[in-house]
Design a protein around this ligand. Sequence first.
Ligand code: IFM
Length: 514
Amino acid sequence: MNRRQFAARSLAAVAGVALYDGSGDAAAKDSTGTHPGAVPESLIQKARFPEGFLWGAATASYQNEGAWNEDGKGESIWDRFAHTQGKVRGGVTGDVACDQYHRYAQDIALAKQLNLKTYRFSISWPRVQPTGVGAPNIKGLDYYSRFVDALLEAGIRPWCTMYHWDLPQALEDRGGWPNRDLASYFADYAGILAKHLGDRITTWAPFNMPWAIAFMGYAAGAFPPCRTRFSDFLKAAHTLALAQGQAHRAVKAASPKATFGSAYEMAPAYPKTGSDDDRAAAERYHAMNNVFFLEAAMHGRYPRAFVGEPPLDVMGFMPGDEKLLYAPLDWVGFHYYTRRVVSDASKEQFQNGGNFSGTEIESNSPGGRDPYTRFRSAMPTEGPLTDAGLEVWPSGIYDLVSRITRDYNHPIIEITESGCGYLDSPDEELHGRVPDTRRILWYRETLAELARAIADGAKVRAYHAWTLLDNFQWAEGYTERYGLIYTDFRNQKRTIKDSGFWYGRVAASNRLDP
Ligand code: IFM
């Protein structure tokens, strides 16, 4: 610890959390420029965000709400998965999670305290339609109505994801996403949401990470419903793309004020070598993992994600589906966490998948990740790793935002999730403060690269940090912490981390050295 850090820490320890003004930044500043891929301090210092830039946070129903069986809510596939022994690390569930169903007023007040102007949340489909079809459960809708009112009162834009992975179990029992009928069920649900909440919500996206819904649930088996057939993955992907288009029309019909976009997962893909084969493989990764659903919406077709012709028959593509897929987005939303290095595997015998975790860190089997795209993708470890195991690579966001800007004719862009998992906890010596210096560093560098993309012409209007509060982190249970606010899951106490205070000042000043 150098003198400046020592002084800052001692001062903060004496002053206690109430007077804390973000002196943890000093440590973050001092450690820039010291890791592979680091961003120069000068770039961070000169970064500026435009007037009116929307700073926010993103969350999800199952990860935050709890109340898994209250007020008529039906069972979701994540309830079933978490209640099955051996599925979630530590045997924990999202039954209570952050208890946000009962504590939302407090959480929205915290968001306001951090100067957030946009809050991305998701609606639990089985809370609104317990079996996924039929008349809405009014108590479920009332909860979201109160939630949205509280956001608006706090001066925060409500940003709604209609589906962040908690499919009604009853629909999985009807075949899940490989069953094409789900596209129409989803459009009915989307119409219900727009009809009841569209007077106040104007920012809608159908799915969080549609590729992951299809692949992790139906090919890799890492997420519920834990199925492992590559053909089911393709069918699920097609149903999701149809559902995206049908929901777009249902939402616009029910709510004239609605704008419709997306929350895609994306990772910039770099070829492992300069060979034509690896370059082509990296393009297939980009097509399959980054823009598959974006191309479907913007152009009514699928991009060149496959070796050879697209397997339309396996997907269950029917004549006229191009028209159903077409749903030009009003703005393009995507996440940024890390990058991938991709190599060709099309000349090898396909064996069977790879090592899949919740974030698909690696697909290294002979023959590639799946029998259709035939590439291997890996997350490099040149940069440092977060506690959640993802490589820190700040310039990836610049490359990604610049490419989408170029390829889609300068669309309005929203960063729908971006953040890092570090396990820092309240420090008694610091009077309970959470000195999560590495998270501040992560955001400073990533945001400096985002500011560079904006300065170069990208029309990015919002950034949602993942996430407001430490929450239920899917199959990893409570062992990863992504929040700007620390959640003590024993008593639901919230403590704003140093990064939260810092982010609040960034939001107020539009600069990274506030
Ligand atoms: O927690 C998840 C979120 O639900 C989807 N995107 C990645 C986050 C961090 O793993």
